[in-house]
Design a protein around this ligand. Structure first.
Ligand code: ADP
Ligand code: ADP
Ligand code: MG
Length: 491
């Protein structure tokens, strides 16, 4: 028996976030279900679920985006609630509405809140109308004929963004206004390709800014609280790589302002469930950027310092329960860092990599949210994030030291990753000093270059590789050749 009006939760997602959500679902005594495309049959998410429902489509991604098929399958399986995770259907108001119409609980905000706050242009207008600071912008749809003139009037540098965009895709910086028209044409065709929607808007580009966001939580009774900030300034191509909390940049006064602004925005929107308000923080202060009306990739750092299980809160609030605690009960303890492990090769322009995971040894003693395991196939069909390593220390220095140890302990073979890059970043003096901004990685190309591997590490890695390889090699009938090849360094 549980206090929830549903007995099962279907995760309409894959990878590490499906595993993460299933953990809390099952801890609550609920039945955990997951959808999966055939290519994901042999994954930790499917293994973690009580029920696995196969979905099909013209491509694996298309299967996870097929809301109607997922709802139909959920209904047939007698599922009580659907959690969309992040990406895919998580910010699709039509999906949220159809889940409810099918008699299931959508674990997320109302369709109306997704329509308002999940639309970047509408959300910014709403936020500005309520008197909160927003980056100066020109929106094409307001009057297409005067779009370029209005953008020029903002003054360079400018940032072109797709109105229907997300995940940092299709954004372009324009420093020379003579290039504005040509850059808009490029951005438009990119936006059309990624999002099937070529509409654009432009913002003043804030130089060397920080990305600071605030976790909010609201219930159906109208209570809204915040769970403090996360700093996500370590980015590449507008995508986050390392996140932390508390932000080393905020004074207690600014922290209070930014957190109360975020809660105020969520309150004005009548927001319920978990959401994140993103701000760009420059020399002149902070501006609203967008709201993500879903659970965020980097939510574990907030969980680490507050002790709040955000997925559990999402389930409770979606079940109609009031928040079980008020703002005054949310306290931050210590410092947390999250490192995103990507299947990519930093030395080759961070291009995506593929392969089979031949050795997987996650660092002991820290939280690792992983979507892969030994034997997993990494392809380019999905987002290249393999896992997240989350550390918690008494202060920032201790958290960095733990992160360094974790990256030292981590072994992943079979697919090149950014693990070495993360380890070098953790040793960077500006990173250590908390002198962060979103261009830091671009300014330090040396971080992307591989260092020669030392003899001890080489031996350890090769030893693990050999152990992991043996069953595969045995199966392939190649064991004798492998043992010969291992020669002198095997012991
Ligand atoms: P977060 O701040 O949680 O990292 P992102 O905006 O980077 O949020 O998105 C989270 C995930 O969802 C990423 O894997 C990203 O690639 C994906 N994503 C977000 N928006 C879209 C979109 N509109 N289309 C496709 N993928 C998206
Ligand atoms: P997405 O939907 O891709 O997350 P965002 O609007 O949140 O789009 O922007 C992604 C990232 O791009 C931000 O985290 C920030 O680094 C950068 N960015 C966005 N807007 C601006 C701006 N006006 N000035 C400077 N950097 C910006
Ligand atoms: Mg964003």
């Amino acid at each position: 028996m549980t206090g929830f009006p549903f007995r099962s939760v279907l995760v309409a997602n894959r990878g590490e976030i499906a595993v993460r959500i299933l953990r809390t679902v099952r801890e609550q005594g609920l039945t955990g279900a997951v959808v999966h495309h055939a290519v994901d049959t042999d994954t930790p998410a499917v293994r973690a679920a009580d029920i696995a429902i196969e979905v099909t489509g013209p491509s694996p991604v298309a299967a996870y985006l097929d809301g109607d098929q997922i709802i139909e399958a959920a209904r047939a399986a007698g599922i009580g609630a659907i959690h969309p995770g992040y990406g895919f259907l998580s910010e699709n108001s039509g999906f949220a509405r159809r889940v409810a119409e099918a008699g299931m609980v959508f674990i997320g905000p109302t369709p109306e809140a997704i329509e308002l706050m999940g639309d970047k242009v509408r959300a910014a207008r709403f936020v500005a109308e309520h008197g909160f600071p927003v980056v100066p912008k020109a929106v094409e749809d307001d009057d297409p004929a005067s779009f370029l003139a209005r953008a020029r009037a903002l003054g360079p540098p400018l940032l072109i963004k797709p109105a229907a965009g997300g995940g940092g895709k299709g954004m372009r910086i324009v420093r020379d206004l003579a290039q504005l028209e040509a850059e808009c044409d490029r951005a438009r065709s990119e936006a059309q390709r990624y999002f099937g929607d070529g509409r654009l808007y432009m913002e003043r580009y804030i130089e060397r800014p920080r990305h600071i966001e605030v976790q909010v939580l609201g219930d159906a009774q109208g209570n809204v609280i915040h769970l403090f900030e996360r700093e996500c300034s370590i980015q590449r191509r507008f995508q986050k790589i390392v996140e932390e909390t508390p932000s080393p940049a905020l004074s207690p006064q600014t922290r209070r302002e930014i957190c109360e602004t975020a809660a105020g925005i969520a309150r004005a929107a009548g927001y319920r469930n978990a959401g994140t308000i993103e701000f760009i923080y420059g020399r002149d202060g902070f501006y609203f950027l967008e709201m993500n009306t879903r659970l965020q990739v980097e939510h574990p750092v907030t969980e680490a310092v507050t002790g709040v299980d955000l997925v559990l809160q999402q389930l409770r609030v979606a079940a109609g329960e009031p928040l079980g605690f008020g703002q005054e009960a949310v306290a931050v303890s210590g410092h947390a860092l999250e490192l995103r492990l990507y299947a990519e090769d930093p030395a080759r322009g961070f291009s995506p990599t593929t392969g089979r995971i031949l050795a997987w040894s996650p660092p002991p003693g820290v939280r690792v949210d992983a979507g892969v395991a030994l034997g997993s196939r990494v392809t380019t069909a999905f987002d290249p994030m393999l896992a997240k390593v989350i550390v918690h220390g008494a202060d920032r220095a201790e958290a960095i030291a733990k992160a360094q140890q974790a990256m030292h302990d981590l072994v992943v073979l079979g697919c090149r990753t950014n693990a070495g890059f993360l380890a070098r970043l953790l040793r960077d003096p500006d990173f250590a000093a908390g002198e962060l901004h979103t261009g830091l990685i671009d300014e330090k190309p040396a971080l992307a270059l591989d260092e020669p591997i030392d003899a001890e590490t080489a031996a350890r890695v090769l030893g693990l590789a050999a152990q992991a390889l043996r069953p595969i090699a045995d199966a392939a009938g190649a064991a004798p050749a492998l043992h010969r090849a291992m020669g002198g360094w095997r012991n």
